[in-house]
Design a protein around this ligand. Structure first.
Ligand code: HEM
Length: 405
């Protein structure tokens, strides 16, 4: 009996993660066949557990909308060395379920409405222009990641949270550790400990001396309503926003720039209609590259499969966004799509990205101003020498040497 189980276990194929040689923007080639023939496929994840890999757009949406699917492993435990039995830390918005999640989301959602974010557009525009001035003051080449794509989202999230940008070395180093799939459980714990310690000290100061920032407003709102966040909750929420707020957007800015440089007429497209261009880039690039993890809390059905309580599911966002049943010529970067906003690069359901409007504003302003101010922007290295982040939760380029003139 034991021997039989062992044979069965070794037969489970590994979660496909490698991208095809030809196009660095395409998700693993295996997804195409899986969508057609095995839309829920049993896979073994690098994190150690077996899971159902969900590859079709409709199934991915259904999983993410299903209240019976817990997010407790949503810190990407399927590709990290995480402790699956560890309790969800209080304040970890991305991992909490049901009422606990709703309470936290309600407290912070007011900070991310379209109106609130539009009010930040002027600030984002100024930041972008200042960074372009600094780039253009050099003869080039420059690394666009270091000089542009990373600092802009970092500065925006720091301003929003009231975190001093001068401390960026500390939190950027720790968040790089937290989003790498090569990080061991011990290294993850150490990075988490250091970042939480830093934020706890900072937020304690805000309790004493509130300022005009999101954390101070949360503290004040809690005091006014009698539903105060504890310090561990506040720290975990702040940490989630800090990491989610700059890693994703920074990678999207640099990778989108590369995709636009590759694309004939890419510059003109983004200048003509930035909103439309950004939505198609979000779909096409799907930078949350290993998808999001869910845990079934009840027996349920996904597509024509029974999923048992206790089983894990990987909702493959990058596969869903290339589903040819939903997007014609799904593998093409096509800026003329009729419904460019239909993608699920920001997830779906209760946990759909809280910062999506802010990310959109940052992407629109960065890309249009970059291509307007530097019309002859081009790579400063041979195209094939660009290196990609295959081992981080968020896909991107490691560096992007560019030049002009
Ligand atoms: C292009 C940039 C971005 C992408 C592609 C992205 C993607 C995502 C995805 C796929 C999720 C869902 C995770 C899940 O269901 O488990 C998510 C959630 C989240 N994102 Fe983003 N994100 C981006 C930018 C941002 C920014 C700028 C912020 C903050 C300022 C942010 C904050 C969050 C938070 C707090 C959640 C958790 C929401 C919840 O659980 O209720 N994201 N994001």
């Amino acid at each position: 009996m034991a021997a039989e189980t062992e044979v069965a276990e070794t037969e489970v194929p590994e979660l496909p993660v490698a991208r095809p040689d030809g196009c660095p923007f395409d998700p693993p080639a295996a997804y195409t066949a899986l969508r057609a023939d095995e839309p829920l496929a049993r896979v073994r994840c690098p994190g150690g557990m077996d899971a159902w890999l969900v590859t079709r757009f409709g199934d991915v949406r259904a999983v993410l909308a299903d209240r019976a699917m817990s997010s407790r492993g949503a810190n990407s435990a399927h590709v990290n060395q995480s402790d699956l039995d560890a309790p969800v830390p209080p304040g970890s918005i991305i991992q909490l379920d049901g009422d606990d999640h709703a309470r936290l989301r309600r407290m912070v959602v007011a900070e991310f409405t379209v109106r609130r974010v539009e009010a930040m557009r002027g600030y984002v525009q100024r930041l972008v222009e200042e960074h372009l001035d600094a780039l253009l003051a050099t003869p080039g080449p420059v690394d666009l990641v270091e000089g542009f794509a990373l600092p802009i989202p970092s500065l925006v999230i720091c301003e929003l949270l009231g975190v001093p940008y001068a401390d960026r070395e500390r939190f950027q180093r720790q968040s790089t550790v937290l989003v790498s799939t090569d990080t061991t459980a011990e290294q993850g714990q150490a990075a988490f400990g250091e970042l939480s310690g830093y934020l706890a000290a900072l937020f304690a100061g805000k309790r004493e001396h509130p300022q005009d920032d999101l954390i101070s407003r949360l503290i004040a709102r809690g005091a006014a309503t009698g539903d105060e966040l504890t310090m561990p909750e506040l720290v975990m929420l702040g940490l989630s926003l800090l990491v989610a707020g700059h890693e994703t957007t920074a990678n999207m800015i640099a990778l989108s720039t590369l995709a636009l440089l590759d694309h004939p007429g890419g510059r003109e497209v983004v200048l003509a209609d930035a909103e439309r261009a950004v939505e198609e880039l979000l779909r096409y690039l799907s930078v949350v590259q290993f998808g999001v993890l869910r845990h079934a809390t009840e027996d349920t059905r996904v597509g024509d499969r029974e999923v048992k309580a206790g089983e894990w599911l990987v909702a493959a966002l990058s596969s869903a966004n290339r589903d040819e049943q939903v997007f014609a010529a799904a593998d093409a970067l096509d800026f003329d799509r009729e419904t460019p906003r239909r993608h699920i690069a920001f997830g779906f359901g209760a946990h759909q990205c809280l910062g999506q409007q802010l990310a959109r504003v940052e992407l629109q302003e960065s890309l249009t101003r970059l291509f307007r101010r530097i019309p002859d922007l081009r790579l400063a290295v041979p195209r094939e020498s660009v290196r990609y982040k295959d081992n981080t939760l968020v896909y991107g380029v490691r560096e992007l040497p560019v030049t002009w003139g």
